[in-house]
Design a binder for this molecule. Structure first.
Ligand code: GLC
Length: 533
């Protein structure tokens, strides 16, 4: 494993640790559980695993509230368990990417406890504190992602602290050089532990405008266009609280530490405007950034073409394509659920995996999982519990992974997992799908294998074969990737040459020769290769 910039063209897999596999029977996924199931990832054929936060945490945001950046929370296991996972992953040829949460810590972090204890604490300036506005109340109009004001008042010291997420997730002050030094050391610490890179949480955050001006009210909230419920967050235009150009200085500095060790900086830059995202990928910025637009696109050929083209227009090889995450309804459900939703989700994955750059699968995509149904009484996500926004809850995509039929679905031996399974059937499980050559699991395995065996998909330039109509299709040298994103049968006129079907979303369609006009059923996707000679 010595290839420089190992992440170029790699396929990663997001492990949402709490819901992956429970090794000790307490109902919560953990590192021993992950260790016991790493073979599944190797068999699937991914190159890397990204593990969501395992650090000590009061779990107000399920680990994205870190109380110690160098430890392992006992609910997830021990330092030894983590080292064992890294070692085993490496044996299996898998790189390990850990989650770094630098925008905010937990309010239980010793830095914040000290900061809050007194205005004169040496740690006060690790966070963003301000006096009340002249007439009283919060210093500006900023709001939090999970609802309410972005400021909470500390009566003891008479100032507000800033939090773009929960009050228990105080924002760190990146204008303070001491904070920068702390994270340099944290990054070096994990590199010494053998990890291969970092997924950077809220990578467009961190730096705020120095003067903390009010944000303008949003003219037309993005969410309206996307058909989602408008959250408090979307009522403002985020001009001064996120996406400040100076955040790039932080990544340049980190890159000087990670690049010599061939470790990746992969940003969760949640910006759906490619022009804004592009700045993070210029020169010595981030190595990779997720392109999240495919998580927000309806099943519509023209819109799909647009988000693919926008992503393909970003700096070459520096996009990480995704169609799901632990923060968003699963693609199968977004596209209508059932067999139709599954076919569409696989077609989207095919289109994404043919694109230049890296790609990540979110756990359960390889099984064709839909969202898990969660009753209000079982809600865990702070968006549901605190903001009361059940329609936007992230619990539905976080239900435990079903490994095998039976009580606990092979995920846990506990009577109840931390979050219900959400109406899974035996057919959803890894064990059943492994034995069924027609299953989603086998389709994803095959898709990854064809991607791996098709060097053009890493190197060749991209040419669009359609710019209208239901078939979305592009060519990468001697390979063609196509999907029918309409509701009726359609055909794709193939360029001259003898093409064979290397991958098909319908297993029985693989291996044959393709004629000049290639027929595609609704939601069918293929990768064709040109026969040599
Ligand atoms: C990111 C994470 C999300 C978390 C938030 C705050 O968006 O993916 O799960 O709640 O950051 O850390």
């Amino acid at each position: 494993m010595t290839a420089a910039q190992w992440w170029r063209g790699a396929v990663g897999y997001e492990v949402y640790l709490r819901s992956f596999a429970d090794g000790d029977g307490d109902g919560v996924g953990d590192l021993p559980g992950l260790l016991s199931r790493l073979d599944h990832l190797a068999e699937l054929g991914v190159d890397a695993v990204w593990i969501t936060p395992f650090y000590p945490s009061p779990m107000r945001d399920h680990g994205y509230d870190v109380a110690d950046y160098r430890g392992v929370d006992p609910v997830f296991g021990s330092d030894t368990d983590l080292d064992a996972c890294v070692a085993r992953a490496h044996e299996l040829g898998l790189r390990v990417v850990v989650d770094l949460v630098p925008n905010h810590s937990s309010s239980d972090h010793p830095w914040f406890r000290a900061a809050r204890s007194s205005r004169s604490s040496a740690y006060r300036d690790y966070y963003v504190w301000r006096d009340p506005a002249p007439g009283g109340g919060p210093p500006n109009n900023w709001v939090a992602h999970f609802g309410g004001s972005g400021w909470t008042f500390d009566a003891a010291t008479g100032q507000y602290w800033l939090h773009l997420f929960l009050p228990e997730q105080p924002d760190l002050n990146w204008a303070n050089p001491a904070v920068r030094d702390e994270f340099d050391a944290i990054i070096a610490f994990w590199l010494d532990r053998g990890v291969d890179g970092f997924r950077i949480d809220v990578a467009h955050g961190l730096v705020k405008h120095d003067d903390l001006p009010d944000n303008p009210v949003a003219a037309q909230p993005d969410a309206v266009e996307l058909g989602a419920v408008v959250s408090t967050w979307e009522t403002l235009e985020h001009r001064y609280d996120v996406d400040q150009p100076a955040v790039l200085d932080v990544y340049r500095r980190w890159r000087a530490i990670t690049a010599p060790r061939d470790a990746v900086l992969l940003g969760e830059v949640y910006l759906l405007d490619p022009a804004r995202l592009r700045r993070y990928l210029a020169g010595d910025g981030l190595d990779l950034a997720f392109w999240f637009a495919p998580l927000h696109v309806p099943w519509d050929a023209q819109r799909l073409r647009r988000v693919l083209a926008d992503g393909a227009g970003l700096p070459a090889g520096r996009v990480a394509w995704v169609s799901g995450s632990h923060d968003r309804s699963r693609a199968v459900s977004r596209f209508g659920g059932g067999a139709v939703g599954r076919a569409r989700a696989l077609a989207l994955s095919t289109l994404l995996l043919g694109m230049p750059g890296a790609a990540f699968l979110y756990q359960g995509e390889e099984l064709g999982l839909s969202d898990g149904a969660i009753a209000a009484a079982d809600a865990q996500d702070p968006i549901a519990v605190r903001e009361g926004a059940l329609a936007r809850t992230r619990d539905v995509c976080r239900t435990p992974l079903p490994w095998a039929p039976g009580p606990g679905f092979g995920f846990t031996t506990a009577e109840r997992p931390w979050l219900p399974f959400g109406a899974r059937t035996d057919a959803d499980t890894v064990a059943v799908q492994r034995d069924d050559p027609g299953s989603m699991l086998h389709r994803y395995r095959r898709l990854l294998a064809v991607r791996r065996d098709t060097p053009e998909l890493r190197a060749a330039p991209l040419d669009w074969l359609t710019d209208a109509g239901p078939v979305v299709a592009y060519r990468r040298g001697d390979a063609i990737v196509a999907a029918n994103c309409g509701d009726a049968a359609a055909t794709l006129a193939l360029p001259a040459g003898a093409w064979t079907v290397a991958f098909a979303s319908r297993a029985d369609a693989e291996g044959g020769d393709a004629g000049d006009e290639f027929p595609l059923a609704p939601a069918e996707a293929v990768i064709l290769r040109r026969r040599s000679g």
